[in-house]
Design a protein around this ligand. Structure first.
Ligand SMILES: Nc1nc2c(ncn2[C@@H]2O[C@H](COP(=O)(O)OP(=O)(O)OP(=O)(O)O)[C@@H](O)[C@H]2O)c(=O)[nH]1
Ligand SMILES: [Mg+2]
Length: 677
């Protein structure tokens, strides 16, 4: 690939609802830029971008891909991102390196949740963007309806630069209302044509929208507009460019990625209107000194070793230079740098500021780290990812694979900072927490394909507790006095519930007259403390009990600490069984944010899950619902909430307290514990 200077580079992220055609569009762009000889298809698993076996199998994008393509003296680094919500982390890291975005909207489906999310993500970052009304060849595609909806939802910044010629089966070209030119496509080529007569009525109102958007960018132009004066071509062009760069104007184009209609115009618009890294005012951190380089995305691939993809922020970079990882405070050995296009590697001599390159086998670097030529006293601010919202237990199919699993997870964590893996010390489960069920599934598939371990997913075991509701007095007598050294310990203990479930055991010594000698009383308490680690119902830790040692006896020769520990244990087993033992389940506090329309469904669902609503209040145009529900019902809440709200809801959940479990749950848990024994 030729060397391009910073002002000739465009880092453009493709975003949009799942299946809006991003990967197919990227394929057409690569074809137009002669990076591929023919266009691959998502259905056939032949696209440059969706090369991962999981992407091919599922026919969706899972990881972001970098796809550099040369276009008329410029290089466009296309960042194709997944639309599926579980993989939002990939969108977030890609937005970090891009200066501009193309937001795809399906011409037949119109605005979808992914469209709204894409709009929000780019608005928050003040990122210049173009909207492509894609799939114009679909049945029921309606450009004008989509534009109207976009204007209604996103305001006058929406400026349609084009209108389609035909729609659905008859879609064959576009009319540019800024230049007033028409173009028809054969799929491989295009030719400029006359604007068909029947379109003159449609052009005027659309052109009016563009003029109005231009007027919005500048006070003087606004005055002119209200005075009814026409803008010059120059004013329109200048106003549009400034407006797009500042985010005040969002050009709307139309096309069909799979027919390669409108794609070259989109590429022209990207290079003409979206910022290069030079004019992109991206702030990564206060740059006090040094020539820092920022690394953004990594992919773990054990066959070629780990590949780190990064963006050069300042200065330039060549192969084999020593770099310093400022985030980890470690030296990093840099081998050959190369460009990456999907999975293909393309040799690179040097990469200038603004460009995106890759390097293999970095030792210490993970996603979001800052690399610099020498020591720096700052690092670029880390990328903020969403917290994982769903957890599942990973169980190896073959015994002895535990080490391979944790090794594999460790590697996958380096490329994907949006999941967590940890061993729960209480239940012993290896828990993987992610952004959704598909996310966790994909992680386990990667464990199999990249690291050769087969695993199963299970619901995590719950950290139940046990306590008692009644009181009891129980004797524990341990006596062994035949042959050898004798053993003798004897206690009477009263068991009562404590009101406080945060205390496990309160031990009270009410021995009088030395019926249990002083020196053995700590052994009784120790025996109890060991015993309560396993409740009598289902083996869960016991909390909230008081045990009062009030009587017993001893033998002057045979009594020892061990005998009293055993006696305490015997008393515990008997006493607990006689004091109405109960199972406690964890209750979680939930804060759920959903649009008003979904409130009824969400509240009904919480009730069905044995939860209760504590309060509701408006929050940022949506509703905040505060609720409590047992953890046992909430494992898949991320999935449930997504399907109830079409992914418009979000929630956080944290442990609140323990509460007695209903009989049905208790029975089930007891049965399960018997099965495991
Ligand atoms: N009719 C029509 N179908 C298209 C067009 N572009 C893509 N498709 C089809 O739409 C489906 C989804 O296309 P993708 O390119 O995978 O969409 P995507 O946005 O990359 O999907 P995710 O990465 O999963 O979010 C595939 O079946 C494509 O063949 C188009 O312009 N017109
Ligand atoms: Mg895709």
């Amino acid at each position: 690939m030729k060397e391009y200077q910073t002002d000739k580079i465009r880092n453009v992220v493709l975003i949009g609802h799942g299946g809006s055609g991003k990967t197919t569009l990227a394929e057409a762009m690569l074809y137009n830029g002669k990076a591929v000889e023919r266009t691959g298809r998502v259905e056939e698993g032949t696209t440059v971008s969706d090369f991962d076996p999981e992407e091919i199998k599922r026919q969706i994008s899972i990881g972001a891909s970098v796809l550099p393509v040369e276009w008329k003296d410029n290089k466009i680094n296309i960042l194709d991102t997944p639309g599926y919500f579980d993989f939002m982390g990939e969108v977030v890291s890609s937005l970090r390196v891009a200066e501009g975005a193309v937001l795809l909207v399906d011409a037949a489906s119109g605005i979808e949740v992914g469209t709204e999310k894409g709009w929000e993500l780019t608005s928050e970052r003040n990122m210049p963007r173009i909207i492509l009304v894609n799939k114009m060849n679909r049945e029921n595609a309606d450009f004008f309806k989509v534009v109207e909806a976009l204007r209604e939802q996103f305001g006058v910044s929406i400026a349609p630069f084009q209108i389609p010629i035909g729609a659905g089966e008859t879609f064959k070209g576009i009319i540019n209302v800024v230049d007033m030119k028409a173009r028809e496509y054969s799929g491989k080529e295009y030719r400029d044509t006359e604007i068909p007569d029947e379109y003159s009525d449609r052009i005027e109102p659309i052109r009016e929208m563009v003029i109005e958007a231009v007027a919005e960018t500048d006070d003087e132009l606004m005055m002119k507009f209200f005075d009814g004066e026409a803008f010059t071509e120059e004013e329109i062009r200048e106003g549009l460019r400034k407006g797009v760069l500042s985010g005040k104007i969002v050009p709307v184009l139309c096309g069909a990625g799979d027919l390669n209609i409108g794609v070259e115009t989109l590429m022209d618009t990207i290079t003409a209107y979206l910022p290069s890294p030079k004019d992109g005012a991206k702030v990564y951190a206060q740059d006090k000194n040094g020539e820092p380089v920022e690394k953004e995305l990594t992919t773990a691939d054990p066959y070629v070793g780990k590949i780190s993809i990064f963006k050069v922020i300042t200065g330039s970079i060549t192969s084999d230079i020593p770099l310093f990882n400022a985030s980890k405070d470690e030296k990093e050995k840099f081998g050959n740098i190369f460009y990456i296009r999907g999975k293909k590697q393309i040799g690179a001599e040097k990469a200038v500021a603004g460009d995106i390159v890759a390097v293999a086998k970095l030792q210490h670097t993970t996603t979001g780290d800052t690399l610099a030529e020498g020591k720096t006293d700052f690092v670029y601010s880390p990328i903020e990812f969403a917290e994982p919202s769903i957890s599942m237990a990973i169980v190896p199919k073959a015994k002895g694979d535990e080490e391979k699993i944790s090794g594999g997870l460790h590697r996958l964590l380096e490329e994907d900072p949006t999941f967590l893996a940890e061993k729960n010390s209480e239940t012993g489960d290896l828990l993987v927490s992610g952004q959704g069920e598909v996310h966790i599934e994909v992680i386990t598939r990667k464990l199999a394909s990249k690291f050769g371990v087969d695993v199963e997913l299970k619901d995590p075991r719950l950290p139940y507790r046990e306590t008692i509701r009644g009181t009891s007095k129980a004797e524990g007598k341990h006596k062994k006095q035949s042959g050898g050294r004798g053993q003798y310990g004897h206690v009477w203990i009263e068991f009562e519930p404590l009101n406080d479930l945060n205390t496990d055991l309160e031990f009270v010594d009410k021995i009088v007259g030395g019926v249990v000698p002083r020196q053995f009383i700590p052994a009784v308490e120790k025996g109890l403390r060991e015993a309560i680690k396993e409740g009598v119902l289902a083996g869960y830790p016991v909390v909230g009990i008081r045990a009062t040692l009030y009587d017993g006896s001893f033998h002057s020769v045979d009594s020892d600490e061990m005998s009293f520990k055993i006696a305490a244990n015997l008393s515990y087993k008997k006493g607990m069984n006689e004091a109405s033992p109960v199972l406690l389940e964890p209750i979680m506090r939930l804060e759920i944010v959903v649009p008003e329309d979904y409130m009824g469904d969400v509240i009904g669902d919480i009730n069905k899950k044995r939860g209760r609503i504590l309060g509701m209040e408006p929050k940022g145009g949506k509703q905040l619902i505060i609720a409590e529900a047992p953890l046992g019902e909430m494992f898949k809440y991320a999935t449930d909430l997504r399907s109830m709200t079409q992914a418009r809801g979000s929630f956080t959940m944290k442990f609140e307290r323990y509460e007695e479990a209903p009989p049905a749950i208790t029975e089930k848990v007891i049965a399960e514990s018997k099965e495991e024994d």
